[in-house]
Ligand binder design. Structure first.
Ligand SMILES: Cc1cc2nc3c(=O)[nH]c(=O)nc-3n(C[C@H](O)[C@H](O)[C@H](O)COP(=O)(O)O)c2cc1C
Length: 197
């Protein structure tokens, strides 16, 4: 059985992280379920040369999609989609980038769209949930929402690139964040060296 991973892209700055994660997953025999919020799509258009639907964009970019990879994209308001149900088995969900709005909705248990609902299901079913917030500075409300979701079982992994491998480009910086997301999803990769390698 190939791993199934849910990827959500929200309207925080940093769509490039979500896109890079998608590319890395689809280079492998992985079944990816993608949800992009409407703000996520608007910000992505602003920050990248994204053109819908995502698969067309990735092909245009020349991404080497593995022949056994699957990409299914859902509308964010489709609460009938598989990830909305706990009976749908998968290997984890990453929200990359995660806006403070989505963080707050997950923290409050308010399933207003498919991203919130899928994250809520991960928490109740004890499945891996990785949230990659991008905001600065953080208000007390942001911090408390993060504490709440971390206590409920999510991993908070701020989009904060590392510099200790002396990255030479934005892409290499982005990879330092995406590598840690893949680590937590249990996906082997060689995006960056492990410390000491
Ligand atoms: C260009 C742009 C950049 C934004 N950057 C951020 C950000 O870095 N973090 C954040 O929490 N919200 C950011 N926002 C605001 C969110 O897009 C907004 O709160 C939206 O309602 C989030 O909806 P979503 O969580 O459904 O994607 C940004 C908005 C725009 C237009």
């Amino acid at each position: 059985m190939k791993p199934k991973i849910i990827v959500a892209i929200c309207g925080a700055s940093g769509s490039i992280y979500g896109i890079r994660l998608l590319k890395s997953l689809l280079e492998r025999p992985i079944d990816v379920r993608l949800i992009i919020s409407s703000a996520g799509e608007a910000v992505m258009r602003h920050e990248t040369d994204y053109t819908a639907p995502m698969i067309r964009f990735l092909r245009k970019e020349g991404v080497q999609i593995h022949p056994d990879a699957v990409l299914e994209q859902y509308e964010p308001d489709n609460l009938f989609a598989q990830p909305a149900s706990g009976s749908f088995h998968h290997n984890g969900m990453a929200v990359v980038p995660c806006s403070m709005k989505t963080m707050g909705s997950i923290a409050a248990g308010i399933s207003g769209n498919l991203i919130h609902r899928s994250a809520d299901v991960c928490l109740k079913e004890r499945r891996p949930l990785i949230l990659v917030p991008r905001e600065t500075p953080l208000s007390l409300i942001h911090l408390k929402n993060m504490q709440r979701v971390a206590e409920a079982g999510a991993v908070i992994m701020p989009a904060s690139p590392s510099f200790y491998f002396q990255p030479q480009s934005v892409h290499e910086l982005v990879d330092t964040v995406v590598a840690r997301i893949l680590d937590h999803l249990g996906i082997e990769h060689h995006l960056v060296k492990q410390w000491g390698e």
